[in-house]
Design a protein. Structure first.
Length: 267
């Protein structure tokens, strides 16, 4: 009986010690694939001694504000050019800590099948943040709808349009809301995983896509500079990149369409 009691006590103490030593990381995400894939990792991470607390945001500004203030430990929603722009504009002391999903983006229409059919004075919804707006404008230029100043690249804004033969007008919209406004305009920049999350329309119906061959647009795990080498954060990234549950959640969030995303750490 004493042996059993000692064994039980030892197991209880070991469990309490493991619970006490488990690291807790607050991860800021936005709805869609980034939230879904981190949520999918929670049970596996917990089994490895890493507790993940998911904090969801609905815009692309607050996650960096919260991270810089120390309210969360990591955020997972932005690519490196977006992060670099945020640091330059707001002076954040942030840094990437690991690579994540590389998502395709596209131009969508629920009214027209191609760019040639788009009428004069059409309305176009575009992201309101500098980098993603530039990416959307590059797609519209590839589609022949506008022409941008030479060399502006993804940093282009509406002010950099030098030719607009169909006199299209633009509506600047917060990125996560673009899927919801697409039915109200002629064309819209779209993010497939937000389209899936909103159950809005077919995410594989884009008129044109950016392609998934440019790793600079891969989403990065971002943290404060002093925590970029933190062992718990490194473990989070490693677990994420090697988790079958994460891979399954990502595939589902992109409507099981391989052309809409890639996992760049496997390339």
């Amino acid at each position: 009986m004493k042996l059993k009691l000692v064994s039980l006590l030892s197991l209880t103490l070991a469990a309490l010690a493991a619970q006490a030593s488990a690291a807790t990381i607050k991860v800021g995400v936005v709805p869609g694939v980034y939230a879904d894939s981190i949520e999918a990792l929670v049970p596996e991470a917990k089994a490895k001694g890493l507790d993940i607390e998911v904090v969801e945001f609905t815009d692309w500004t607050t996650p960096n504000v919260a991270l810089n203030a120390g309210d969360i430990d990591v955020n997972y929603f932005q690519h490196k050019p977006f992060l670099d722009n945020a640091i330059a504009e707001r002076g954040y002391d942030l840094a990437p800590a690991g690579i994540g999903i590389l998502a395709n983006i596209g131009i969508y229409s629920l009214k027209y099948k191609d760019f040639k059919s788009v009428p004069d004075s059409a309305t176009v919804a575009i992201a309101n943040d500098p980098v993603n707006q530039g990416r959307g404008l590059l797609l519209l230029e590839r589609g022949g709808l506008i022409k941008l100043k030479d060399g502006v690249g993804y940093k282009g804004t509406l002010d950099d349009i030098v030719d607009n033969p169909k006199h299209v007008t633009f509506s600047e919209v917060e990125g996560p809301q673009l899927a919801r406004v697409t039915p109200d305009v002629d064309l819209a920049l779209g993010y497939p995983h937000f389209i899936v999350a909103a159950k809005a329309f077919d995410p594989s119906s884009g008129l044109i896509y950016s392609g998934v061959d440019d790793k600079q647009y891969a989403i990065v795990f971002t943290t404060r500079k002093e925590k970029a080498e933190d062992p718990a954060i490194k473990e989070l990234v490693t677990l994420y990149q090697n988790s079958p549950a994460v891979k399954a959640a990502v595939h589902k969030a992109f409507a099981a369409d391989n052309k809409l995303y890639t996992l760049p750490w496997l390339q």
